[in-house]
Write a protein of this length. Structure first.
Length: 355
């Protein structure tokens, strides 16, 4: 079976063809995975401008889909179903992908599969590594999301914790902007941190002692918060500005700030991930989402996995950031569960990931 995946939740227009094969150890193969990034467009504004993003999706989507089919040596007649990101994301961006996928599936007379973006990130781990030993603790950490899930069986994702304010990726972007490193902030801080002293600055750690007001029944001890860390960096920048010091931060000071900030983020993410793994008797740990491309997060996660005797699964760099191969993979999961979308499918910006 071949599924065409379409992803337009934010500022990447992506299409991919994923094929199901008869191999229990590695059941899905990405025959193509094409991404048209809009980073250069939004860099001028220091972040994603929703209207610009949706208009660029309209310009790019036909060419991206054609390229994905060509790379997979496929035609539309070879495609058995179309999977598309329904949400969450920017409404204008989502609508481009959903509308395109609905029209294409209807014209071909094939099933339409509605995919949750975070389910795509979780299934990127299976696409890359094959099935994860259950129960698996999966950290999904991206630009707008920082969430912990336990996956007891394929396709069932139970939420354990989430960010209460800024996601880790948002904190990276905001701190990069404070330090004048540009957009996107994650790769810029990761590069700068490589030559920095990660103990030069001691940043505060979050301490959550009360339930989230949105879910008061949940103690929330596995929740995340990065707004305080972002504010701590802001105070350092403002203190330098008000200290009558004419010199800006040196390159080494910027590197030290980045390294110290990154160490705090990574340790916070991994402390909760491995605490969840211990408390739920996990057989494996997965880390997915755009921030999983961070070099320190990848290295430290593998080190902690070795220490705790747990296999750690991380997608390739191409499957870490937003892409359509992960959407097609999640679509295959839905297909086997008998899930289909009707022609009234609509984008949902705050779509919940139900177990």
């Amino acid at each position: 079976m071949r599924v065409l995946g379409i992803e337009t939740s934010c500022d990447e227009t992506a299409a991919a063809v994923v094929e199901e094969v008869d191999d229990p150890a590695h059941p899905w193969i990405a025959r193509s995975n094409v991404v048209a990034s809009q980073a250069a467009i939004h860099r001028e504004w220091g972040g994603v401008v929703p209207e610009l993003a949706s208009r660029q999706h309209v310009r790019d989507i036909c060419g991206v889909v054609e390229r994905a089919l060509a790379d997979a040596a496929s035609t539309l007649q070879d495609i058995d179903a179309i999977a598309v990101t329904q949400g969450p994301g920017l409404v204008g961006s989502l609508l481009v992908g959903v509308s395109f996928a609905k029209a294409l599936a209807a014209s071909l007379g094939i099933p339409l599969l509605p995919v949750h973006h975070l389910a795509g990130h979780i299934e990127s781990l299976v696409l890359q590594n094959g099935p994860l030993p259950p129960p698996a603790i999966v950290l999904v950490v991206s630009g707008g999301h920082t969430s912990l899930y336990v996956v007891d069986e394929p396709g069932r994702y139970r939420l354990l914790g989430r960010t209460r304010d800024d996601a880790a990726g948002e904190a990276y972007d905001k701190v990069a902007k404070l330090l004048g490193l540009g957009y996107p902030g994650g790769p810029a801080i990761d590069r700068a941190a490589r030559t920095g002293n990660d103990r030069a600055f001691e940043f505060p750690r979050m301490r959550i002692t009360h339930p989230d007001r949105r879910t008061p029944q949940d103690p929330g001890r596995l929740d995340f918060s990065f707004s305080g860390l972002k504010t701590a960096v802001l105070r350092i920048v403002r203190a330098r500005a008000s200290a009558q010091v004419s010199d800006a931060f040196t390159d080494q000071e910027i590197a030290d700030l980045c390294a110290s900030f990154q160490r705090t983020v990574v340790e916070t993410l991994l402390d909760r991930t491995f605490a969840a793994a211990r408390s739920h008797g996990a057989a494996s740990v997965g880390i997915a989402g755009g921030v999983s491309a961070n070099s320190r997060l990848r290295a430290d996660a593998l080190t902690r996995g070795e220490r705790d005797g747990l296999p750690v699964y991380i997608p390739s760099l191409a499957l870490s950031t937003d892409n359509a191969a992960m959407i097609a993979a999640a679509g295959l999961r839905l297909h086997h569960a008998g899930v289909r979308a009707g022609w009234d499918l609509n984008a949902e910006t705050s779509l919940a990931l139900f177990p």
